[in-house]
Write a new protein. Structure first.
Length: 99
């Protein structure tokens, strides 16, 4: 592959940034690339490395949140625990009012 701006052969895959690049680009089979020489970033058709190797990807990797699975899991646990605490507090307050 060659850089679209300077024509250099020294091009490498760039990391996807955000949900738009993570999800949308995967759906249309595209990926971001960056040129070593001029530093330009561009999008081109490409297959993912995991699909070429035949490996499965987690949902977080598929939508571009690679390496963030732990943070996503922690946020989900925090949200669920907060909702449970709020529900228990509301139930306790409603029972206290009836007494």
């Amino acid at each position: 592959m060659k850089c679209r701006f300077c024509g250099s052969d020294r091009v490498y895959r760039s990391h996807r940034q955000g949900l738009k690049e993570g999800l949308w680009m995967r759906l249309v089979q595209m990926a971001p690339f960056r040129c070593h020489d001029c530093g330009a970033r561009f999008v081109a058709h490409a297959r993912s490395k995991a699909s070429q190797r035949g490996q499965e990807q987690s949902l977080a990797e598929y939508v571009g949140l690679r390496g963030r699975e732990y943070k996503v899991r922690q946020w989900l646990i925090t949200i669920v625990m907060t909702l449970l605490f709020l529900a228990a507090s509301i139930i306790f307050l409603l029972r206290a009012i009836d007494i």
